[in-house]
Structure formats: structure tokens, C-alpha cells
Write a protein that binds this ligand. Structure first.
Ligand SMILES: Nc1ncnc2c1ncn2[C@@H]1O[C@H](COP(=O)(O)OP(=O)(O)OP(=O)(O)O)[C@@H](O)[C@H]1O
Length: 216
């Protein structure tokens, strides 16, 4: 019973986590590490996309791969929290995907772009917002090239968009934390510290309060 109450309370106390940053800034890389360290605390909110899967990407795990027609229909039916168009493809977070993570009692993690962040601000999701900034556009270009997922045209577009996103990302007040992904271990350490300070401690304080109320 105590476990159940604790679980219910911790669920409502846990604000989602938004990780935003230009394509290639390292969002997936950092989130993978976070999920490995806290497998029971965080749940990745699986986005929908109309783009084709990259090698190794699994439907339902990395993305829900879908068609433009079904996605437009679902958006019309108000099934999405946010959606964005990038490089001729649609991306979006469905309400169901968020509910799926919450029903597991986990903190919902959203990997979204600036367009998505602006829309999430108009919802009652109330997440923590973290912006991941590449050390420079040159370094971003190097990393995207090394990832070997882009054509010359899609690389160009990503770099153009990145410059605008960084402008928004570093503006004071837009994010709770701006993380520079220079050295990966250092960036991860900062992310982990932010999470432990702002997201974990509050939960343990809440759990202590629940224990005091229930046990006496
Ligand atoms: N600190 C770092 N130093 C060097 N390489 C890095 C660092 N962080 C990430 N990378 C590499 O940069 C590339 C881009 O990272 P990743 O795919 O995680 O970016 P992303 O923000 O998730 O991109 P997208 O939005 O396109 O999915 C990957 O090949 C990754 O291994």
C-alpha cells in the first residue's frame, strides 16, 4: 500500500524532461547514457515521424514510423502535443506516447526541436527544459559527417537550422539549463547533476513526507 501511494505521488510530482538541441548536438547519445544510469526513473517518449528509418532504428523504440496522411489525420483529431516539419518530414509527440511513459510511473523524456518546445510551452506538461549546444558549428558539421546519416543537402539544411536554434537556445529564460556538448563525459556529468538536483531530490523529499504521514 505504501509503495502504491508512493508511486502515485511520485508520478504526479515528476516533471517531464525536454532535451532540445540541433540535429547532431548529441541528444540521443546523452539520453542513452541517462537511460542506462536510471532505467527505472526515466522513460523515453517515442515520437512519430514520417521520415524513413536509419539503419538500426526500430519501429516503436526509436520512433513510430508513420505516413504523412495518418499523422495529419491524428493531428487534426488533437492526438498530438506538438509536431514539427523538418527537412520535408514530419515529427511529433503524441499524447498516447506521453501517457504510456507516465503509466509506467517514470519521468517522461522528450527529445524535441525548438518548434516543438514552443508548442509544449502552451500545454500543461510543465517540463524541465534543457538545451544542448554543440561547441561550434564546425564541430557540429564534423560530427554529422562522421555519423554518415546525411546527404550534402540535408547536412547543409541541418547546419542552417542549427544556427537559428542555437540563437533561440542560448537566449536567457528560454531553457532551465544550457549544456555545451564539448567533452561527452563532462556534458553527461552536468546533465546527471541537474537531474539529481532538480528531479531526484524532490522525489526523495516527497517520499520522506509520505512515509512520515503514513507511518506516523
Ligand atoms: N561530445 C561529443 N564528442 C564527440 N562526438 C559526439 C559527442 N556527442 C555526440 N557525438 C557524436 O555526434 C553524433 C551526433 O550525436 P546524436 O546522434 O546523439 O545527435 P542528436 O542530437 O540525437 O541528432 P538528431 O537530432 O539528428 O537525431 C553521433 O555520431 C555521436 O556519437
Amino acid at each position: 500500500m505504501i509503495q502504491l501511494v508512493r508511486r502515485m505521488c511520485s508520478k504526479i510530482s515528476r516533471r517531464p524532461l525536454v532535451l532540445c538541441g540541433p540535429s547532431g548536438s548529441g541528444k540521443s547519445t546523452l539520453l542513452r547514457k541517462l537511460m542506462e544510469d536510471f532505467p527505472n526513473s526515466f522513460g523515453f517518449c517515442v515520437s512519430h515521424t514520417t521520415r524513413n528509418p536509419r539503419p538500426g532504428e526500430v519501429n516503436g523504440t526509436h520512433y513510430h514510423f508513420t505516413s504523412r496522411e495518418s499523422m495529419l489525420e491524428a493531428i487534426k483529431n488533437n492526438e498530438f502535443i506538438e509536431n514539427a516539419e523538418f527537412s520535408g518530414n514530419m515529427y511529433g509527440t503524441s499524447k498516447l506516447a506521453v501517457e504510456h511513459v507516465l503509466s509506467d510511473g517514470k519521468v517522461c523524456v522528450l527529445d524535441i526541436d525548438v518548434q516543438g518546445v514552443k508548442q509544449v510551452r502552451n500545454t500543461d506538461l510543465n517540463p524541465w527544459y534543457i538545451f544542448l549546444k554543440p561547441p561550434s558549428l564546425d564541430e557540429l558539421e564534423k560530427r554529422l559527417k562522421a555519423r554518415k546519416t546525411e546527404t550534402a543537402a540535408s547536412l547543409r539544411l541541418r547546419l542552417d537550422v542549427a544556427a537559428k536554434e542555437i540563437e533561440y537556445g542560448i537566449q536567457p529564460g528560454n531553457f532551465d539549463l544550457v549544456l555545451i556538448n564539448d567533452d561527452l563525459d563532462h556534458a553527461y556529468k552536468q546533465l546527471k547533476e541537474f537531474v539529481e538536483t532538480n528531479m531526484m531530490e524532490k522525489d526523495s523529499i516527497l517520499e520522506k513526507k509520505i512515509d512520515e504521514q503514513i507511518i506516523g
